[in-house]
Write a protein that binds this ligand. Structure first.
Ligand code: AHR
Length: 500
């Protein structure tokens, strides 16, 4: 089995957007409480944040974090989370059927974000709330001083404004499960009026309208079209969400999830551009792929708890295996190759809840298998994204038809001169011989580093007892000869190779 392609600095798609390496912290399960925040933990700092989780977040290479939800945000009152903690109310979280203590609110989260060195993408509640509350949050977080809410922030949180640039105008408002679910017309109207009001406060904000919750929604694309007919000129992004899992043991289709993500992005681009054309607009919307990951959703739906009201329960703490990590690596390849339109993306979520980082209360934090392709891609994807025209055999999948066995994207850092190739082999039994021509760069290269995530046991996972059972290993087969990079890619593997 062999695969080949040619790289050339002229094949530039777009610059790598650092915001592609975003993550998501929702008040859900143990993402916040006993995830990022656990004052009684041995590693807790003076603000109650777990420093082991902070260190792993930095190592993961996260650039931006969406907060505070998710479905949670559609019933959230942001002002419950400011001021003295003892005075903050405990509320029901109807999205996840649990209790929210409000110990962590916007001021605590911004302090955590500063320590983690990440930008914040703040999601507004457009489920139970509207224009005024969105304006209030924006005043609290961004207005310098001298108004009621900015002065409250100066008292409770920070003298300086937080300077949040990206705001989500609600979350998954097309979903019947969403609190305050709306029709596209209702939502489009609310989104455009909220956007106009926010822009009156600060014209430079970057605003994200809700796209469909997933591409199998019956209203997919029609929702985007109707919302954008109303809100096109007032927003900068349309959101996309996608979760993947093996269905009925169909690993071949699962490994091809990126084909679905490609199709999803192309469909949204086509829909948004068609609205833009109808409106005679020169503006091109970007996509904020602000929830994506592997999620064993069917398992969650079968076990969903809706009677008790626990605090920070264990919810969807999926334990990821080798195949899941290869799929996550391939989804990052898909996101990168769409860097001309997908300029922000958030893996959902950061800690414990379908997350690359796992913790135990009072115990350790560790890297799940999916941590590794994310961390390596974030560290190595630099400069410009290069288009790849793959020459590889295909295999048949039940869900997506014939799919290339090998998929790849590359980046070229014009400053350092480095070229990095990110590649997956989806074949379940054969290694793939990769050949990449780099003569177009007119210079010699050598392999600076090469990492492959693969394992004889595709079900292997990282656990509290064996936190480093699955890690990437140097790929000893990668070499460059006469302008061609060669490497052997094991079956079901993800690889990154940096040439210098
Ligand atoms: O990330 C988990 C949930 O998935 C989010 O709360 C929601 O937006 C999505 O459906």
């Amino acid at each position: 089995l062999s695969a080949s392609f040619r790289l050339d600095p002229a094949f530039t798609i777009a610059p790598v957007s650092r915001r592609t390496f975003g993550s998501f912290v929702e008040h859900m399960g143990r993402c916040v409480y006993t995830g990022i925040y656990e004052p009684s933990h041995p590693t807790a700092d003076e603000d109650g944040f777990r420093q082991d989780v902070l260190a792993l977040t930095r190592e993961l290479g996260v650039s931006i974090v969406r907060y505070p939800g998710g479905n949670f945000v559609s019933g959230y009152r942001w002002e419950d989370g400011i001021g003295p903690v003892a005075d903050r109310p405990v509320r029901r979280d109807l999205a996840w059927h649990s209790l929210e203590t409000n110990e962590v609110g916007i001021d605590e989260f911004m302090r955590w974000a500063g320590k983690a060195d990440v930008e914040v993408m703040y999601a507004m509640n457009l489920g139970t709330r509207g224009v005024q509350e969105a304006l209030d949050v924006q005043e609290y977080v961004n207005h310098p001083s001298g108004t009621r809410l900015s002065d409250l922030r100066r008292t409770f949180g920070s003298d300086k404004p937080y300077g949040i640039r990206m705001f989500c105008l609600g979350n998954e408002m097309d979903g019947p499960w969403q609190i305050g679910h709306k029709t596209p017309i209702e939502y489009g109207r609310l989104a455009v009026e909220t956007a106009r009001a926010l822009r009156a406060a600060d014209a430079g904000l970057e605003l994200i309208a809700c796209g469909s919750s997933n591409s199998s929604m019956p209203t997919f694309a029609a929702w985007e079209a109707q919302v954008l007919e109303i809100a096109y000129e007032e927003v900068d992004y349309i959101s996309a969400h996608a979760y993947y899992e093996p269905v009925d043991g169909d690993v071949g289709s699962f490994l091809a999830s990126a084909v679905d993500m490609d199709h999803f992005v192309n469909s949204i681009v086509a829909t948004a551009d068609s609205v833009g054309a109808r409106l005679k607009s020169r503006k091109r919307l970007q996509i904020s792929f602000d929830e994506w990951n592997v999620w064993y959703l069917k398992r969650f739906e079968a076990t969903r708890e809706t009677t008790a009201w626990p605090i920070a329960p264990r919810v969807i703490e999926d334990c990821y295996n080798v195949t899941d990590a290869v799929v996550v690596g391939s989804l990052l390849i898909s996101l990168l190759r769409h860097s001309d339109r997908v300029t922000a993306a958030c893996q959902a979520q950061l800690v414990n809840v379908i997350a690359p980082i796992r913790t135990e209360p009072g115990g350790p934090a560790w890297r799940q298998t999916i941590f590794h392709p994310f961390a390596l891609t974030s560290r190595l994807a630099k400069g410009d994204v290069l288009r790849v025209e793959m020459q590889a055999p295909t295999y048949d999948t039940a869900r997506f038809g014939p799919v290339p066995v090998v998929d790849a994207v590359a980046t070229h850092d014009p400053d350092a001169g480095d070229v990095t190739v990110f590649v997956v082999n989806r074949d379940q039994s054969s290694p793939a011989d990769l050949a990449v021509s780099v003569t177009g760069f007119g210079r010699d290269f050598r392999v600076a580093e090469s990492w492959t995530l693969a394992d004889d046991d595709l079900t292997a996972t990282n656990t509290e007892q064996a936190p480093d059972r699955v890690v990437p290993h140097p790929n000893g087969t990668a070499w460059v000869e006469e302008g061609e990079l060669h490497a052997s890619l094991p079956p079901v593997s993800w690889t990154a190779i940096r040439l210098t």
